[in-house]
Design a protein around this ligand. Structure first.
Ligand code: RIB
Length: 300
C-alpha cells in the first residue's frame, strides 16, 4: 500500500506566448481548470501505475472541492483520510508558455490545515512493506511527523523536495529516498554541484539514503550508498510539463512497491513523466500503465 500525504488543488491554467517578467502583463490565449496539487497528482500517478493508494489531505467546502477530487475518485484512490474543512480548497495559478514551460503560485487553502492529528490518522495502519510518499505543499511539521512515523513503523519513505523550503535540508535527512530536480538538489547540497554524479553519490553515502535527481529532457541521475547510475528520458516534444515531476514520483513509488529494482523503477517513472508532457494539465496528462509500457517498448 502507498500512503500519499499531501496537497490537493484545483489548478487555474492560462496559456501564454511567454511567461511575464516581474511587473509585466502579457495577453494569454486560453484558460482551463484541472485537478492538481502535488500530493493528489502523485497519488493519481501511483494509482494509474497500478498501486493501491491512500491519499491523506484536505479540501475546502467551496465549488472547487468536488472538481479537485473528481479524477482521484474515478480512479479508485482511497480518500477516507481526505478532510473537508470550512473555507477554500487549495488552488494553483499556473501560466504555461508556448514551449511548455510554466510558472506556478500555490494558495494553500485547506492544505494548510494538516497537522499532527491528520498525520497520525494517515499513518496508523503503516507497516513494513508499505510506502509513504510526501512533497512539501502542506505544513512542514506534518511532513516531518510523517517521515518520523514511517521510520518507526518500518515503512519506506519517499520525499519529493518540491517546492523547496528553508527547512527542506533538515527534513530530507529523515527520508529513505529523496527525489529532487536539479535546482532543488543544488539547494539541498548547499555547495558545488558541477560534478553532479559525484555530488549525488556523496549525499547518498553520507545520508545513507537513495538520492534521485530528475533532469527533465536530460533524464535522471540516481545513487544509493553503493552505486550510481543514469537513466535517459524518452525523446518527446513537450506541450506542457506541469505535473511531470509528480508523475515521476507516483510511478516510481508504485513500481518500487510492485517489486521492480531501483533502476527499472526509475526507467518506468522517467518514461511516464515524459508522456505526461504530451498533453495539457497535471492530472489529465498522467498516462495509464499500458501507455507507459508501450512507449518504453517503442523506444527500445
Ligand atoms: O507539480 C504540479 C502541481 O504543482 C500543480 O498541479 C499545482 O497544483 C501545484 O501544486
Amino acid at each position: 500500500m502507498i500512503t500519499v500525504l499531501g496537497s490537493i488543488n484545483l489548478d487555474q491554467i492560462g496559456k501564454v506566448q511567454r511567461l511575464p517578467g516581474p511587473g509585466e502583463t502579457v495577453l494569454g490565449t486560453s484558460f482551463a481548470t484541472a485537478p492538481g496539487g502535488k500530493g493528489a497528482n502523485q497519488a493519481l500517478a501511483a494509482r494509474r501505475a497500478g498501486a493501491n493508494v491512500h491519499l491523506a489531505g484536505a479540501v475546502g467546502d467551496d465549488v472547487f472541492a468536488a472538481q479537485a477530487l473528481e479524477l482521484l475518485t474515478s480512479a479508485g484512490v482511497n480518500l477516507e483520510n481526505v478532510h473537508h474543512r470550512p473555507g477554500a480548497t487549495g488552488i494553483a495559478m499556473i501560466l504555461v508558455d508556448q514551449r511548455g514551460e510554466n510558472a506556478i503560485a500555490v494558495l494553500p487553502g485547506a492544505n494548510a490545515s494538516l497537522g499532527p492529528n491528520e498525520v497520525a490518522r494517515a499513518c496508523e495502519r503503516l507497516g513494513r512493506g508499505d510506502m509513504v510518499l510526501l512533497q512539501q505543499e502542506i505544513p512542514q511539521v506534518a511532513t516531518r511527523d510523517a517521515l518520523a512515523l514511517s521510520r518507526q513503523r518500518g515503512a519506506t519513505s519517499i520525499l519529493n523536495t518540491a517546492p523547496f523550503l528553508d527547512s527542506t535540508p533538515e527534513v530530507a535527512d529523515l527520508a529513505d529516498v529523496v527525489i529532487a530536480n536539479q535546482t532543488e538538489f543544488a539547494l539541498l547540497r548547499g555547495g558545488d554541484t558541477s560534478d553532479l554524479e559525484a555530488a549525488i553519490a556523496e549525499r547518498a553515502r553520507l545520508k545513507a539514503q537513495t538520492v534521485i535527481v530528475t533532469l527533465g529532457a536530460d533524464g535522471v541521475r540516481a545513487a544509493t550508498p553503493d552505486r550510481s547510475f543514469f537513466v535517459p528520458a524518452l525523446r518527446i516534444e513537450p506541450v506542457d510539463t506541469v505535473g511531470a515531476g509528480d508523475t515521476f514520483c507516483g510511478y516510481f513509488a508504485a513500481s518500487l512497491g510492485d517489486g521492480l529494482d531501483l533502476e527499472r523503477a526509475i526507467e518506468r517513472a522517467a518514461a511516464a513523466a515524459s508522456l505526461a508532457c504530451l498533453s495539457p494539465g497535471a492530472q489529465p496528462a498522467i498516462p495509464l500503465a499500458d501507455a507507459v509500457t508501450k512507449a518504453m517498448a517503442d523506444q527500445g
